[in-house]
Design a protein around this ligand. Structure first.
Ligand code: ADP
Length: 565
Protein backbone atom coordinates (compact mmCIF):
# COMPACT_ATOMS: atom_id res chain seq x y z
CA UNK A 1 0.00 0.00 0.00
CA UNK A 2 1.46 3.39 -0.92
CA UNK A 3 2.33 5.88 1.81
CA UNK A 4 -0.07 8.32 0.35
CA UNK A 5 -2.93 5.88 0.63
CA UNK A 6 -1.91 4.93 4.16
CA UNK A 7 -1.98 8.59 5.15
CA UNK A 8 -5.38 9.03 3.56
CA UNK A 9 -6.72 6.03 5.44
CA UNK A 10 -5.41 7.39 8.75
CA UNK A 11 -7.06 10.70 8.06
CA UNK A 12 -10.31 8.99 7.29
CA UNK A 13 -10.20 6.89 10.44
CA UNK A 14 -9.83 10.03 12.55
CA UNK A 15 -12.74 11.54 10.69
CA UNK A 16 -14.87 8.48 11.30
CA UNK A 17 -14.11 8.59 15.03
CA UNK A 18 -15.06 12.22 15.14
CA UNK A 19 -18.21 11.50 13.24
CA UNK A 20 -19.21 8.63 15.44
CA UNK A 21 -18.88 10.89 18.46
CA UNK A 22 -20.89 13.56 16.74
CA UNK A 23 -23.59 11.10 15.79
CA UNK A 24 -23.95 9.74 19.30
CA UNK A 25 -24.13 13.31 20.57
CA UNK A 26 -26.86 13.94 18.08
CA UNK A 27 -28.74 10.85 19.11
CA UNK A 28 -28.74 11.60 22.81
CA UNK A 29 -29.86 15.09 22.01
CA UNK A 30 -32.94 13.96 20.15
CA UNK A 31 -33.97 11.81 23.11
CA UNK A 32 -34.45 14.78 25.38
CA UNK A 33 -38.22 15.36 25.73
CA UNK A 34 -39.12 18.14 23.38
CA UNK A 35 -40.67 20.42 25.99
CA UNK A 36 -37.66 20.35 28.26
CA UNK A 37 -35.42 21.23 25.33
CA UNK A 38 -36.75 24.75 25.28
CA UNK A 39 -34.71 25.57 28.34
CA UNK A 40 -31.33 24.59 26.99
CA UNK A 41 -29.19 27.46 25.86
CA UNK A 42 -27.94 26.38 22.45
CA UNK A 43 -25.54 28.49 20.41
CA UNK A 44 -25.15 26.14 17.48
CA UNK A 45 -27.95 23.68 17.01
CA UNK A 46 -26.90 20.09 16.28
CA UNK A 47 -28.63 20.34 12.95
CA UNK A 48 -26.16 23.00 11.80
CA UNK A 49 -23.23 20.96 13.08
CA UNK A 50 -24.44 17.89 11.24
CA UNK A 51 -24.87 19.92 8.08
CA UNK A 52 -21.34 21.24 8.37
CA UNK A 53 -19.98 17.77 9.11
CA UNK A 54 -21.71 16.33 6.10
CA UNK A 55 -20.43 19.10 3.84
CA UNK A 56 -16.87 18.54 5.05
CA UNK A 57 -17.22 14.83 4.61
CA UNK A 58 -18.30 15.26 1.00
CA UNK A 59 -15.30 17.49 0.32
CA UNK A 60 -13.05 14.95 1.99
CA UNK A 61 -14.46 12.15 -0.18
CA UNK A 62 -13.77 14.18 -3.34
CA UNK A 63 -10.21 14.78 -2.17
CA UNK A 64 -9.49 11.20 -1.19
CA UNK A 65 -10.97 9.70 -4.34
CA UNK A 66 -9.56 12.49 -6.49
CA UNK A 67 -13.05 12.87 -7.97
CA UNK A 68 -14.26 15.99 -9.74
CA UNK A 69 -17.84 15.71 -8.58
CA UNK A 70 -19.71 14.06 -5.68
CA UNK A 71 -23.49 13.74 -5.61
CA UNK A 72 -25.72 12.22 -2.90
CA UNK A 73 -29.05 10.90 -4.12
CA UNK A 74 -31.74 10.28 -1.52
CA UNK A 75 -34.67 7.91 -1.90
CA UNK A 76 -37.98 9.74 -1.59
CA UNK A 77 -40.32 7.02 -0.52
CA UNK A 78 -43.55 8.77 -1.40
CA UNK A 79 -42.52 9.64 -4.93
CA UNK A 80 -40.43 6.51 -5.51
CA UNK A 81 -37.65 8.73 -6.86
CA UNK A 82 -33.97 9.08 -6.18
CA UNK A 83 -33.18 12.76 -5.94
CA UNK A 84 -29.95 14.78 -5.66
CA UNK A 85 -29.71 16.49 -2.26
CA UNK A 86 -27.17 18.95 -0.85
CA UNK A 87 -24.35 19.01 -0.06
CA UNK A 88 -22.69 18.19 -3.38
CA UNK A 89 -19.17 18.75 -4.61
CA UNK A 90 -18.09 20.11 -7.98
CA UNK A 91 -21.70 20.74 -8.95
CA UNK A 92 -23.61 23.93 -8.56
CA UNK A 93 -26.33 23.10 -6.02
CA UNK A 94 -28.86 24.80 -8.26
CA UNK A 95 -28.22 22.00 -10.74
CA UNK A 96 -28.84 19.28 -8.18
CA UNK A 97 -32.54 19.26 -8.98
CA UNK A 98 -31.78 17.80 -12.41
CA UNK A 99 -30.49 14.69 -10.63
CA UNK A 100 -33.78 12.86 -10.31
CA UNK A 101 -34.58 9.39 -11.52
CA UNK A 102 -37.17 6.71 -10.76
CA UNK A 103 -35.73 4.25 -8.25
CA UNK A 104 -36.18 1.60 -10.94
CA UNK A 105 -34.06 3.43 -13.53
CA UNK A 106 -30.53 4.54 -14.31
CA UNK A 107 -27.26 3.68 -12.65
CA UNK A 108 -28.60 5.16 -9.41
CA UNK A 109 -31.66 2.94 -9.54
CA UNK A 110 -29.65 -0.19 -10.23
CA UNK A 111 -27.21 0.43 -7.35
CA UNK A 112 -30.09 1.37 -5.06
CA UNK A 113 -32.10 -1.76 -5.88
CA UNK A 114 -29.26 -4.24 -5.88
CA UNK A 115 -27.38 -2.71 -2.94
CA UNK A 116 -24.09 -3.38 -4.78
CA UNK A 117 -21.52 -0.81 -5.89
CA UNK A 118 -20.87 -0.10 -9.54
CA UNK A 119 -17.79 1.21 -11.27
CA UNK A 120 -17.61 2.37 -14.88
CA UNK A 121 -14.77 3.73 -16.97
CA UNK A 122 -16.70 4.92 -19.98
CA UNK A 123 -20.20 6.18 -19.45
CA UNK A 124 -21.00 5.74 -23.14
CA UNK A 125 -20.92 1.97 -22.70
CA UNK A 126 -23.49 1.89 -19.87
CA UNK A 127 -27.06 1.83 -21.23
CA UNK A 128 -28.66 2.76 -17.83
CA UNK A 129 -26.62 5.97 -17.78
CA UNK A 130 -28.76 7.38 -20.58
CA UNK A 131 -31.72 7.53 -18.22
CA UNK A 132 -29.90 10.08 -16.08
CA UNK A 133 -28.62 13.58 -16.90
CA UNK A 134 -24.99 12.52 -16.58
CA UNK A 135 -24.12 13.58 -20.14
CA UNK A 136 -25.27 17.12 -19.43
CA UNK A 137 -23.02 17.21 -16.38
CA UNK A 138 -20.02 16.12 -18.48
CA UNK A 139 -19.62 12.85 -16.63
CA UNK A 140 -17.16 10.47 -18.24
CA UNK A 141 -16.48 7.82 -15.58
CA UNK A 142 -17.51 7.13 -12.02
CA UNK A 143 -18.22 5.01 -8.97
CA UNK A 144 -21.66 4.60 -7.38
CA UNK A 145 -22.26 2.93 -4.00
CA UNK A 146 -25.45 2.38 -2.01
CA UNK A 147 -26.08 4.57 1.06
CA UNK A 148 -26.74 2.04 3.75
CA UNK A 149 -27.80 2.44 7.34
CA UNK A 150 -27.36 -0.50 9.61
CA UNK A 151 -29.05 -1.17 12.93
CA UNK A 152 -26.97 -3.24 15.28
CA UNK A 153 -27.81 -5.16 18.46
CA UNK A 154 -25.84 -5.00 21.73
CA UNK A 155 -23.22 -7.37 20.37
CA UNK A 156 -22.74 -5.15 17.40
CA UNK A 157 -24.34 -7.59 14.99
CA UNK A 158 -26.22 -6.05 12.11
CA UNK A 159 -29.93 -6.65 12.68
CA UNK A 160 -31.35 -4.40 10.01
CA UNK A 161 -29.96 -2.94 6.81
CA UNK A 162 -31.69 -0.18 4.90
CA UNK A 163 -30.63 1.39 1.63
CA UNK A 164 -31.67 5.04 1.80
CA UNK A 165 -30.03 6.29 -1.42
CA UNK A 166 -26.82 6.24 -3.41
CA UNK A 167 -23.53 8.10 -3.44
CA UNK A 168 -21.86 9.06 -6.74
CA UNK A 169 -18.25 10.00 -7.40
CA UNK A 170 -17.73 11.24 -10.97
CA UNK A 171 -14.70 11.92 -13.17
CA UNK A 172 -11.39 10.75 -11.69
CA UNK A 173 -8.85 13.55 -11.93
CA UNK A 174 -5.63 13.51 -13.97
CA UNK A 175 -7.33 11.29 -16.61
CA UNK A 176 -7.00 8.25 -14.37
CA UNK A 177 -9.54 5.46 -13.86
CA UNK A 178 -11.41 4.68 -10.63
CA UNK A 179 -10.24 1.40 -9.11
CA UNK A 180 -11.45 -1.19 -6.59
CA UNK A 181 -9.63 0.61 -3.80
CA UNK A 182 -11.77 3.68 -4.56
CA UNK A 183 -14.91 1.53 -4.38
CA UNK A 184 -13.97 0.19 -0.95
CA UNK A 185 -13.12 3.66 0.35
CA UNK A 186 -16.34 5.09 -0.99
CA UNK A 187 -18.34 2.25 0.55
CA UNK A 188 -16.85 2.93 3.96
CA UNK A 189 -17.50 6.63 3.74
CA UNK A 190 -21.02 6.02 2.44
CA UNK A 191 -21.83 4.48 5.83
CA UNK A 192 -21.01 7.76 7.54
CA UNK A 193 -22.87 9.79 4.99
CA UNK A 194 -25.82 7.44 5.43
CA UNK A 195 -25.92 7.71 9.19
CA UNK A 196 -25.58 11.46 9.20
CA UNK A 197 -28.41 11.80 6.68
CA UNK A 198 -30.56 9.37 8.67
CA UNK A 199 -29.91 11.37 11.83
CA UNK A 200 -30.63 14.65 10.15
CA UNK A 201 -33.84 13.15 8.86
CA UNK A 202 -34.83 11.94 12.31
CA UNK A 203 -33.91 15.28 13.81
CA UNK A 204 -36.01 17.16 11.24
CA UNK A 205 -38.96 14.87 11.91
CA UNK A 206 -38.59 15.44 15.65
CA UNK A 207 -38.31 19.17 15.08
CA UNK A 208 -41.46 19.03 12.97
CA UNK A 209 -43.32 17.08 15.64
CA UNK A 210 -42.10 19.45 18.31
CA UNK A 211 -43.24 22.42 16.26
CA UNK A 212 -46.64 20.80 15.69
CA UNK A 213 -47.01 20.04 19.38
CA UNK A 214 -46.08 23.60 20.31
CA UNK A 215 -48.63 24.92 17.81
CA UNK A 216 -51.31 22.64 19.23
CA UNK A 217 -50.53 23.73 22.80
CA UNK A 218 -50.53 27.37 21.79
CA UNK A 219 -53.91 27.24 20.11
CA UNK A 220 -55.71 25.17 22.78
CA UNK A 221 -58.77 26.96 24.13
CA UNK A 222 -57.92 25.56 27.55
CA UNK A 223 -55.00 27.10 29.38
CA UNK A 224 -51.90 24.94 29.66
CA UNK A 225 -48.95 25.45 31.94
CA UNK A 226 -45.94 23.20 32.45
CA UNK A 227 -43.70 23.83 35.44
CA UNK A 228 -40.35 22.11 36.09
CA UNK A 229 -39.43 20.45 39.38
CA UNK A 230 -37.33 23.58 40.01
CA UNK A 231 -40.57 25.60 39.66
CA UNK A 232 -39.60 27.20 36.38
CA UNK A 233 -42.06 27.72 33.54
CA UNK A 234 -41.31 25.18 30.79
CA UNK A 235 -44.36 25.87 28.67
CA UNK A 236 -47.26 28.28 28.86
CA UNK A 237 -49.80 28.73 26.08
CA UNK A 238 -51.68 31.82 24.92
CA UNK A 239 -54.79 31.12 27.02
CA UNK A 240 -52.76 30.59 30.19
CA UNK A 241 -50.80 33.79 29.49
CA UNK A 242 -54.08 35.67 29.17
CA UNK A 243 -55.45 34.11 32.38
CA UNK A 244 -52.42 35.09 34.45
CA UNK A 245 -51.85 38.27 32.37
CA UNK A 246 -48.20 37.51 31.94
CA UNK A 247 -45.79 38.52 29.16
CA UNK A 248 -45.13 36.44 26.02
CA UNK A 249 -41.59 35.72 27.24
CA UNK A 250 -42.49 33.79 30.38
CA UNK A 251 -40.68 30.56 29.59
CA UNK A 252 -37.74 29.91 31.87
CA UNK A 253 -39.01 32.36 34.51
CA UNK A 254 -39.79 31.40 38.07
CA UNK A 255 -43.39 30.34 38.77
CA UNK A 256 -43.86 33.03 41.45
CA UNK A 257 -42.79 35.73 39.01
CA UNK A 258 -45.48 34.75 36.52
CA UNK A 259 -48.43 33.54 38.57
CA UNK A 260 -49.85 35.57 41.44
CA UNK A 261 -52.74 33.25 42.37
CA UNK A 262 -51.79 31.76 45.74
CA UNK A 263 -54.21 28.82 45.58
CA UNK A 264 -52.93 27.88 42.14
CA UNK A 265 -49.27 28.04 43.20
CA UNK A 266 -49.94 25.99 46.29
CA UNK A 267 -51.69 23.36 44.15
CA UNK A 268 -48.61 23.11 41.90
CA UNK A 269 -46.30 22.82 44.89
CA UNK A 270 -48.45 20.09 46.39
CA UNK A 271 -48.48 18.16 43.11
CA UNK A 272 -44.69 18.51 42.93
CA UNK A 273 -44.36 16.85 46.32
CA UNK A 274 -46.70 14.08 45.22
CA UNK A 275 -49.77 15.16 47.14
CA UNK A 276 -53.13 14.41 45.54
CA UNK A 277 -55.13 17.55 45.11
CA UNK A 278 -58.60 18.30 43.86
CA UNK A 279 -59.67 20.90 41.37
CA UNK A 280 -58.80 24.55 41.90
CA UNK A 281 -60.94 27.42 40.76
CA UNK A 282 -59.40 30.63 39.46
CA UNK A 283 -61.50 33.75 38.90
CA UNK A 284 -60.05 36.20 36.42
CA UNK A 285 -61.30 39.34 34.79
CA UNK A 286 -60.30 39.44 31.15
CA UNK A 287 -61.23 42.82 29.72
CA UNK A 288 -64.44 43.58 31.57
CA UNK A 289 -65.90 40.09 31.89
CA UNK A 290 -65.25 37.77 34.76
CA UNK A 291 -64.37 34.23 33.78
CA UNK A 292 -64.04 31.17 35.95
CA UNK A 293 -61.34 28.60 35.21
CA UNK A 294 -61.14 25.19 36.78
CA UNK A 295 -57.63 23.75 36.95
CA UNK A 296 -56.49 20.17 37.07
CA UNK A 297 -52.95 19.20 37.95
CA UNK A 298 -50.83 16.17 37.12
CA UNK A 299 -47.20 15.16 37.53
CA UNK A 300 -45.24 14.68 34.31
CA UNK A 301 -42.76 11.84 34.22
CA UNK A 302 -39.84 11.53 31.81
CA UNK A 303 -38.98 8.34 29.90
CA UNK A 304 -36.83 7.25 32.84
CA UNK A 305 -39.81 7.53 35.22
CA UNK A 306 -38.37 10.53 37.04
CA UNK A 307 -40.53 13.62 37.56
CA UNK A 308 -40.02 16.39 35.02
CA UNK A 309 -42.58 18.70 36.56
CA UNK A 310 -46.27 19.44 36.77
CA UNK A 311 -48.77 20.17 34.07
CA UNK A 312 -51.85 22.28 34.78
CA UNK A 313 -54.84 22.44 32.47
CA UNK A 314 -57.23 25.33 32.98
CA UNK A 315 -60.69 24.79 31.57
CA UNK A 316 -63.16 27.65 31.13
CA UNK A 317 -66.21 26.72 33.24
CA UNK A 318 -67.83 30.17 33.25
CA UNK A 319 -70.84 29.12 31.18
CA UNK A 320 -71.39 25.91 33.14
CA UNK A 321 -71.25 27.80 36.43
CA UNK A 322 -73.63 30.47 35.12
CA UNK A 323 -76.11 27.86 33.99
CA UNK A 324 -75.80 26.09 37.34
CA UNK A 325 -76.50 29.31 39.13
CA UNK A 326 -79.36 30.21 36.84
CA UNK A 327 -80.86 26.75 37.14
CA UNK A 328 -81.01 26.94 40.90
CA UNK A 329 -82.62 30.36 40.83
CA UNK A 330 -84.92 28.98 38.15
CA UNK A 331 -86.03 26.16 40.43
CA UNK A 332 -86.86 28.70 43.13
CA UNK A 333 -88.76 30.85 40.63
CA UNK A 334 -90.61 27.96 39.04
CA UNK A 335 -91.78 26.69 42.42
CA UNK A 336 -93.07 30.12 43.23
CA UNK A 337 -94.71 30.44 39.81
CA UNK A 338 -96.42 27.09 40.27
CA UNK A 339 -97.50 27.70 43.82
CA UNK A 340 -99.02 31.14 43.27
CA UNK A 341 -101.72 30.08 40.76
CA UNK A 342 -102.36 26.87 42.69
CA UNK A 343 -102.91 28.82 45.89
CA UNK A 344 -105.34 31.11 44.12
CA UNK A 345 -107.20 28.24 42.45
CA UNK A 346 -107.45 26.33 45.71
CA UNK A 347 -108.46 29.46 47.65
CA UNK A 348 -111.23 30.59 45.32
CA UNK A 349 -112.65 27.17 44.54
CA UNK A 350 -112.86 26.16 48.23
CA UNK A 351 -114.45 29.50 49.04
CA UNK A 352 -117.06 28.80 46.37
CA UNK A 353 -117.54 25.28 47.67
CA UNK A 354 -118.08 26.40 51.26
CA UNK A 355 -120.52 29.03 50.10
CA UNK A 356 -122.58 26.58 48.01
CA UNK A 357 -124.88 25.29 50.78
CA UNK A 358 -125.63 28.58 52.42
CA UNK A 359 -125.70 30.39 49.09
CA UNK A 360 -123.24 32.83 50.58
CA UNK A 361 -122.15 34.35 47.27
CA UNK A 362 -124.27 35.94 44.62
CA UNK A 363 -123.95 35.15 40.94
CA UNK A 364 -121.62 38.15 40.35
CA UNK A 365 -119.17 36.98 43.03
CA UNK A 366 -119.29 33.44 41.72
CA UNK A 367 -118.58 34.71 38.21
CA UNK A 368 -115.62 36.72 39.48
CA UNK A 369 -114.15 33.83 41.49
CA UNK A 370 -114.53 31.38 38.63
CA UNK A 371 -112.97 33.95 36.27
CA UNK A 372 -109.94 34.07 38.57
CA UNK A 373 -109.75 30.27 38.68
CA UNK A 374 -109.84 30.05 34.87
CA UNK A 375 -107.21 32.83 34.54
CA UNK A 376 -104.89 31.10 36.97
CA UNK A 377 -105.36 27.80 35.15
CA UNK A 378 -104.30 29.55 31.92
CA UNK A 379 -101.28 30.95 33.69
CA UNK A 380 -100.34 27.47 34.86
CA UNK A 381 -100.77 26.06 31.38
CA UNK A 382 -98.57 28.79 29.89
CA UNK A 383 -95.85 28.07 32.40
CA UNK A 384 -95.97 24.36 31.71
CA UNK A 385 -95.93 25.00 27.95
CA UNK A 386 -92.87 27.23 28.36
CA UNK A 387 -91.08 24.54 30.32
CA UNK A 388 -91.94 21.85 27.78
CA UNK A 389 -90.96 24.01 24.81
CA UNK A 390 -87.65 24.95 26.41
CA UNK A 391 -86.76 21.35 26.98
CA UNK A 392 -87.79 20.53 23.39
CA UNK A 393 -85.50 23.23 22.05
CA UNK A 394 -82.69 22.07 24.30
CA UNK A 395 -83.13 18.55 22.95
CA UNK A 396 -82.73 19.98 19.45
CA UNK A 397 -86.34 19.33 18.45
CA UNK A 398 -88.28 21.87 16.46
CA UNK A 399 -91.48 23.39 17.79
CA UNK A 400 -93.38 21.92 14.81
CA UNK A 401 -94.43 25.01 12.91
CA UNK A 402 -97.79 25.13 11.20
CA UNK A 403 -97.38 27.61 8.35
CA UNK A 404 -100.39 29.42 6.88
CA UNK A 405 -101.06 32.83 5.32
CA UNK A 406 -101.43 35.38 8.09
CA UNK A 407 -103.10 38.80 8.00
CA UNK A 408 -100.69 40.73 10.22
CA UNK A 409 -102.90 43.77 10.89
CA UNK A 410 -105.76 41.59 12.12
CA UNK A 411 -103.39 39.66 14.37
CA UNK A 412 -101.95 42.86 15.89
CA UNK A 413 -105.45 44.22 16.57
CA UNK A 414 -106.49 41.03 18.29
CA UNK A 415 -103.43 40.77 20.52
CA UNK A 416 -103.74 44.42 21.49
CA UNK A 417 -107.38 43.98 22.55
CA UNK A 418 -106.72 40.83 24.57
CA UNK A 419 -103.75 42.32 26.41
CA UNK A 420 -105.53 45.62 27.10
CA UNK A 421 -108.07 43.63 29.12
CA UNK A 422 -105.28 42.37 31.38
CA UNK A 423 -104.29 45.81 32.62
CA UNK A 424 -105.86 49.00 33.81
CA UNK A 425 -102.60 50.79 34.51
CA UNK A 426 -101.36 50.75 30.93
CA UNK A 427 -102.69 51.99 27.62
CA UNK A 428 -101.74 49.77 24.72
CA UNK A 429 -101.52 51.67 21.44
CA UNK A 430 -101.03 50.44 17.93
CA UNK A 431 -99.03 52.46 15.41
CA UNK A 432 -98.95 50.99 11.92
CA UNK A 433 -97.02 52.71 9.12
CA UNK A 434 -98.39 51.96 5.66
CA UNK A 435 -99.93 48.65 4.62
CA UNK A 436 -99.04 45.42 6.37
CA UNK A 437 -98.93 42.05 4.57
CA UNK A 438 -102.35 40.35 4.42
CA UNK A 439 -101.04 36.99 3.29
CA UNK A 440 -97.70 36.61 5.02
CA UNK A 441 -96.40 33.09 5.51
CA UNK A 442 -95.98 32.35 9.20
CA UNK A 443 -97.24 30.28 12.11
CA UNK A 444 -100.14 32.36 13.43
CA UNK A 445 -100.20 30.83 16.92
CA UNK A 446 -96.51 31.34 17.33
CA UNK A 447 -96.61 34.94 16.05
CA UNK A 448 -99.39 35.48 18.60
CA UNK A 449 -97.18 33.92 21.26
CA UNK A 450 -94.26 36.23 20.37
CA UNK A 451 -96.43 39.36 20.62
CA UNK A 452 -98.28 38.21 23.73
CA UNK A 453 -95.01 37.49 25.46
CA UNK A 454 -93.51 40.86 24.57
CA UNK A 455 -96.69 42.67 25.66
CA UNK A 456 -96.83 40.68 28.90
CA UNK A 457 -93.29 41.73 29.68
CA UNK A 458 -93.98 45.37 28.72
CA UNK A 459 -96.80 45.39 31.26
CA UNK A 460 -94.95 43.36 33.88
CA UNK A 461 -91.73 45.39 33.77
CA UNK A 462 -93.52 48.75 33.80
CA UNK A 463 -95.07 48.35 37.25
CA UNK A 464 -95.95 52.03 37.41
CA UNK A 465 -97.98 51.89 34.22
CA UNK A 466 -97.60 54.13 31.18
CA UNK A 467 -98.09 53.71 27.46
CA UNK A 468 -97.23 50.52 25.64
CA UNK A 469 -96.77 51.05 21.92
CA UNK A 470 -96.94 48.33 19.31
CA UNK A 471 -95.29 49.78 16.21
CA UNK A 472 -95.21 48.01 12.87
CA UNK A 473 -94.07 48.68 9.29
CA UNK A 474 -92.79 46.97 6.20
CA UNK A 475 -89.17 47.72 5.41
CA UNK A 476 -88.08 46.32 2.05
CA UNK A 477 -88.64 42.58 2.19
CA UNK A 478 -89.09 42.57 5.95
CA UNK A 479 -91.86 43.09 8.42
CA UNK A 480 -90.63 45.00 11.45
CA UNK A 481 -92.65 44.99 14.67
CA UNK A 482 -91.70 46.48 18.03
CA UNK A 483 -93.20 46.65 21.51
CA UNK A 484 -92.12 49.74 23.39
CA UNK A 485 -92.81 50.40 27.07
CA UNK A 486 -92.06 53.16 29.58
CA UNK A 487 -90.91 50.78 32.27
CA UNK A 488 -87.77 49.87 34.18
CA UNK A 489 -85.47 49.46 31.18
CA UNK A 490 -82.56 47.05 30.90
CA UNK A 491 -78.90 47.68 31.81
CA UNK A 492 -76.53 47.74 28.80
CA UNK A 493 -74.62 44.58 29.70
CA UNK A 494 -77.88 42.59 29.83
CA UNK A 495 -79.21 43.64 26.42
CA UNK A 496 -78.22 40.41 24.66
CA UNK A 497 -78.28 38.20 27.74
CA UNK A 498 -82.02 38.63 28.42
CA UNK A 499 -82.61 36.30 25.45
CA UNK A 500 -80.68 33.48 27.12
CA UNK A 501 -82.65 30.85 28.96
CA UNK A 502 -83.12 31.48 32.70
CA UNK A 503 -81.49 34.89 32.42
CA UNK A 504 -83.20 37.52 34.54
CA UNK A 505 -82.02 41.01 35.43
CA UNK A 506 -81.69 41.09 39.15
CA UNK A 507 -82.00 44.56 40.57
CA UNK A 508 -83.94 46.34 43.28
CA UNK A 509 -86.99 47.08 41.12
CA UNK A 510 -87.14 43.68 39.48
CA UNK A 511 -86.87 41.60 42.59
CA UNK A 512 -90.57 41.51 43.30
CA UNK A 513 -91.49 40.72 39.70
CA UNK A 514 -91.61 36.99 39.33
CA UNK A 515 -90.76 35.07 36.21
CA UNK A 516 -88.79 32.09 34.98
CA UNK A 517 -86.45 33.74 32.48
CA UNK A 518 -87.74 31.48 29.73
CA UNK A 519 -90.11 33.83 27.86
CA UNK A 520 -87.57 35.74 25.77
CA UNK A 521 -85.54 32.60 25.12
CA UNK A 522 -88.64 31.07 23.53
CA UNK A 523 -89.53 34.30 21.72
CA UNK A 524 -86.05 34.45 20.20
CA UNK A 525 -86.37 30.84 19.05
CA UNK A 526 -89.78 31.52 17.49
CA UNK A 527 -88.46 34.58 15.64
CA UNK A 528 -85.19 33.03 14.47
CA UNK A 529 -85.90 29.39 13.86
CA UNK A 530 -89.60 29.43 13.01
CA UNK A 531 -89.77 32.78 11.16
CA UNK A 532 -86.14 33.15 10.01
CA UNK A 533 -85.84 36.64 11.46
CA UNK A 534 -83.97 38.37 14.23
CA UNK A 535 -84.86 40.13 17.46
CA UNK A 536 -83.10 42.70 19.57
CA UNK A 537 -83.87 45.22 22.29
CA UNK A 538 -83.11 48.91 22.58
CA UNK A 539 -83.43 50.26 26.08
CA UNK A 540 -82.52 53.01 28.44
CA UNK A 541 -82.43 52.20 32.13
CA UNK A 542 -85.30 53.87 33.97
CA UNK A 543 -86.91 55.10 30.74
CA UNK A 544 -88.19 51.97 29.02
CA UNK A 545 -87.45 49.26 26.49
CA UNK A 546 -88.28 48.60 22.85
CA UNK A 547 -88.22 44.95 21.76
CA UNK A 548 -88.05 44.84 17.95
CA UNK A 549 -88.17 41.89 15.58
CA UNK A 550 -87.76 41.68 11.80
CA UNK A 551 -88.94 38.76 9.73
CA UNK A 552 -88.83 38.20 5.97
CA UNK A 553 -92.12 38.61 4.09
CA UNK A 554 -91.12 36.96 0.82
CA UNK A 555 -90.95 33.31 1.83
CA UNK A 556 -93.50 30.80 0.54
CA UNK A 557 -94.89 27.89 2.56
CA UNK A 558 -92.72 25.30 0.82
CA UNK A 559 -89.52 27.19 1.52
CA UNK A 560 -90.56 27.89 5.12
CA UNK A 561 -91.16 24.19 5.71
CA UNK A 562 -87.83 23.29 4.12
CA UNK A 563 -85.90 25.87 6.14
CA UNK A 564 -87.49 24.97 9.46
CA UNK A 565 -86.66 21.28 9.10
P1 ADP B 1 -89.19 36.42 32.83
O1 ADP B 1 -90.03 37.63 32.54
O2 ADP B 1 -89.98 35.21 33.15
O3 ADP B 1 -88.12 36.71 33.83
P2 ADP B 1 -88.16 36.69 30.12
O4 ADP B 1 -87.31 35.76 29.35
O5 ADP B 1 -89.43 37.10 29.48
O6 ADP B 1 -88.39 36.01 31.51
O7 ADP B 1 -87.30 37.97 30.40
C1 ADP B 1 -86.00 37.85 30.86
C2 ADP B 1 -85.60 39.09 31.66
O8 ADP B 1 -85.50 40.20 30.78
C3 ADP B 1 -86.58 39.49 32.69
O9 ADP B 1 -86.36 38.80 33.90
C4 ADP B 1 -86.33 40.98 32.83
O10 ADP B 1 -85.24 41.18 33.71
C5 ADP B 1 -85.90 41.38 31.44
N1 ADP B 1 -87.01 41.98 30.66
C6 ADP B 1 -87.79 41.37 29.76
N2 ADP B 1 -88.67 42.23 29.20
C7 ADP B 1 -88.45 43.42 29.78
C8 ADP B 1 -89.02 44.75 29.64
N3 ADP B 1 -90.01 44.99 28.79
N4 ADP B 1 -88.49 45.74 30.40
C9 ADP B 1 -87.47 45.50 31.25
N5 ADP B 1 -86.91 44.29 31.41
C10 ADP B 1 -87.37 43.27 30.71
Amino acid sequence: MSDDLQRRIEEQKAEIDRLTRRISELETDSNVPSVAKVEQPVDVTPIDQADVTLRRLVQRIAMILQAEKIVIMFHEREMGDLKGIPPAFGIDEAHLSSFRVRATHGISGKVFREGEPMIYQDIETIPEAREEPFGLMHVTNGVCVPLIIEKRDEENRVVERNVIGVLHAFNKKHSEDFNDEDVRLLERMAKNVGSIIANLQMYRELEGEKEELAQTFESLTAGLLLVSTERRILQINATARAIFSCPDESIGKNLDEIVKDAAFISAIDKTLTGEEIGKVETHVTIGTVERIYESQFASVLGQDGKGIGVVAILADVTEIRNIDRMKSSFVAMASHELRTPLTAIKGFSSTLLEGLDDELYGIEDQREFLGIVVGECDRLRRLIDDLLNTSRIEAGESLKPNYTHVDIRTLLDKVQKVQQQATTKHIIKLDVKGELPKQMVGDEDKLDQILTNLLNNAIKYAPNGGDVLIHAKVDGEFLEVGVRDQGLGIPKDHLTKVFERFHRVNNEDNRKIYGTGLGLFLVKHLVQEVHFGKIWVESELGKGSDFIFRIPTNIDIEEAKRRSD
